[in-house]
Design a protein around this ligand. Structure first.
Ligand code: LRH
Ligand code: MN
Length: 396
C-alpha cells in the first residue's frame, strides 16, 4: 500500500501531465435534426468562444488550447489569422487543432475529397491546403480531418475509386505540412452517410494515414464506434503500431450522441486511459486529448467545466492502477485478483486528491462551484441574450 505522500506525489505527477483541448463549437448553439434549443449564454462569435475558453482555462488550468473549425471560426479562411492571434492574446488561450469543414457546402452532396467530379475534389483539396496554411500561420501542430463522405444506397458509388481519390488527396495535403505539423485522420462508421462511409474504421484511417506520410496519424472519436466495439483494444493496437494521434472524447448511449465525457460509461474512458498510462509519459506528448461534444440541453459553460473535471478524475483513477502488480497477476492468470486490482482503482474516489492538486497549483478546488460563484454565465447571458429571440430555427 502506498504512503499518503507517495500517493499524492503520484497523483500530482499524473495531473500535471493532463491537458485537454476544448472545441469552439462546444460553446455554440447546437441541436439535432429535430431542432435546436437556443441558450442566451451561447457563443456565436469567435471572440465569445475564446472568452468562454479563457474562462474554462482560468477555472481548470488544463485547457490551454481551443480547437477551431475553419468555416465556422475563420469564415475568411487565412485572412482571419490575425483576428485569431489577437483573441489568443486577449483571452490567454491558443488556437489548437485546425478542423477543415468538408460537410456543409451544397457541392459536397456526393462527397468532397471522394466526389466523382475531379473539379469538386480539387476544391475540397484546396480547402485542405488552406487549413494547413492556417495551422502553419497560427503555429498549430494538428490539422484534424473528419470526412462525412459516403453513400446511402448500394451500387450508387465506386468504393474503390473513392479510396484512390482519398489516398491522392491526403498525400497532397501531407506534402504541404510543415516539419512539426501532423495530419489527423478521424474515422466514423456512419452518419450522415447510411450505406457506406469512406473512412469508416480505424483500419481504413490507419492505412490512409500511413499512405499519406510519416506525419499522419489516426484520431479516435469515442462516439464513432458500433455499440459492441472494444475501443480500448483499438487504442492498444494503434499505440502498438505508433499510429495513435489523438482523441475526441465524449460519451454515448446509442450512436454518435456527443454527450458529456463519463456521463454514460465512465469505465470506458478509464479503460482507454489505462492503455495510455501503460505507454508511459513519452508517448503522451504525441497523443492529443480533445473534447468533441455538442451541449444541446446542458448549460454550455457548465458542461465544458464538468467534462474537464471528469477527464481529470478518470485520468487520475487510471494512473492509480499498480501496473507492475497488475502485469504479474496477468502473467500468472490470477483473473479475479487482477480484475479487483484494476477495478479497485476505478472505484477509488480521487476527488479529494484532485482538489489538493488544484489548491497546490493556485486553482479553485471546485471549478464548477467557482464558475457559479463568478457570475460569468449570468453576465454573458445578459450580454448575449438580446440576440437570442432572432435565432430560433427548425429543421424542416
Ligand atoms: C463528426 C465530428 C467531427 C467534427 C464534428 C463536429 O461527427 O465528430 O470530429 O468535425 O463532429
Ligand atoms: Mn469528432
Amino acid at each position: 500500500m502506498k504512503s499518503e505522500s507517495a500517493l499524492q506525489e503520484l497523483a500530482f505527477q499524473a495531473l500535471d501531465a493532463f491537458q485537454i483541448e476544448i472545441p469552439s463549437w462546444g460553446f455554440a448553439n447546437t441541436g439535432t435534426r429535430f431542432g435546436k434549443f437556443v441558450q442566451a449564454a451561447a457563443a456565436s462569435t469567435l471572440e465569445e468562444k475564446f472568452s468562454d475558453a479563457g474562462q474554462v482555462h482560468k477555472l481548470t488550468g488544463v485547457t490551454p488550447t481551443l480547437a477551431l473549425h475553419v468555416l465556422w471560426d475563420l469564415p475568411n479562411s487565412v485572412d482571419d489569422v490575425d483576428t485569431v492571434r489577437a483573441l489568443e492574446h486577449k483571452f490567454g488561450v491558443a488556437a489548437g487543432s485546425i478542423n477543415p469543414n468538408l460537410f456543409q457546402d451544397q457541392e459536397y452532396k456526393f462527397g468532397s475529397l471522394c466526389n466523382p467530379s475531379d473539379e469538386i475534389r480539387e476544391r475540397a483539396i484546396a480547402h485542405m491546403l488552406d487549413s494547413v496554411t492556417i495551422a502553419r500561420k497560427l503555429g498549430s501542430r494538428d490539422v484534424s480531418l473528419w470526412l462525412p463522405d459516403g453513400s446511402n444506397y448500394p451500387g450508387t458509388q465506386s468504393i474503390r475509386k473513392r479510396i484512390a481519390w482519398l489516398e491522392d488527396a491526403l498525400q497532397r495535403t501531407h506534402k504541404a505540412l510543415g516539419p512539426n505539423q501532423r495530419l489527423l485522420v478521424e474515422y466514423k462508421p456512419f452518419e450522415p452517410a447510411f450505406y457506406h462511409t469512406d473512412i469508416a474504421d480505424w483500419g481504413m484511417s490507419a492505412h490512409l494515414a500511413r499512405a499519406a506520410g510519416p506525419q499522419a496519424r489516426v484520431l479516435v472519436d469515442t462516439g464513432h464506434h458500433y455499440a459492441t466495439q472494444n475501443i480500448e483494444q483499438i487504442v492498444a493496437w494503434l499505440l502498438h503500431l505508433d499510429m495513435l494521434g489523438g482523441f475526441h472524447f465524449n460519451d454515448r448511449r446509442y450512436a454518435d450522441d456527443d454527450l458529456t465525457l463519463g456521463s454514460i460509461d465512465p469505465y470506458q474512458i478509464f479503460r482507454i486511459f489505462h492503455e495510455i498510462h501503460l505507454s508511459g509519459r513519452e508517448a503522451l506528448g504525441q497523443i492529443a486529448f480533445m473534447i468533441d461534444q455538442s451541449h444541446n440541453l446542458k448549460g454550455k459553460m457548465e458542461a465544458m467545466v464538468q467534462t474537464v473535471c471528469a477527464g481529470q478524475e478518470l485520468w487520475l483513477k487510471a494512473a492509480l492502477v499498480d501496473r507492475e502488480q497488475l502485469a504479474s497477476l496477468q502473467e500468472k492468470c490470477e483473473l479475479v485478483a487482477a480484475e479487483e486490482l484494476f477495478r479497485g482503482a476505478f472505484w477509488t474516489d480521487v476527488r479529494p486528491l484532485v482538489k489538493e492538486w488544484r489548491l497546490s497549483r493556485g486553482l479553485p478546488e471546485d471549478p464548477l462551484a467557482a464558475l457559479a460563484k463568478s457570475g460569468y454565465v449570468q453576465r454573458i447571458s445578459a450580454e448575449r441574450g438580446a440576440r437570442m429571440a432572432a435565432t430560433v430555427t427548425s429543421y424542416a
